[in-house]
Design a protein. Structure first.
Length: 96
């Protein structure tokens, strides 16, 4: 490998809804989309940003996603992430 992109987003989301869902996701190298793989590797999709926007609109129109619930969950995940990153930075400073 000749280059490494350090600012890409890669993650795992585990949802506890009607059925347990595990979703692995990774941003494309060019940042214009993402790949999604559900836990059992049987369902894989790659979507551009425009496709993600379109499917998000469809979810809301169908009433299958509650936007406020999603916003709340995203805020909680981001808060946890920032707290973890802060602890890591404190540990690094302590080790120097």
């Amino acid at each position: 490998m000749k280059t490494i992109r350090r600012d890409a987003i890669v993650g795992i989301y585990e949802g506890k809804t009607l059925e347990h869902v595990t979703l692995h996701f990774s941003e494309w190298w060019n940042g214009e989309g993402a790949d999604f793989t559900f836990g059992n590797d049987k369902k894989r999709i790659s979507l551009s940003m425009d496709e993600m926007h379109a499917i998000s609109v469809a979810f809301l129109l169908l009433g299958m996603v509650d936007k406020d619930d999603v916003d709340d969950e995203v805020k909680k995940i981001q808060k946890d992430l920032f707290e973890r990153e802060d602890l890591i930075n404190q540990l690094r400073e302590h080790m120097e």
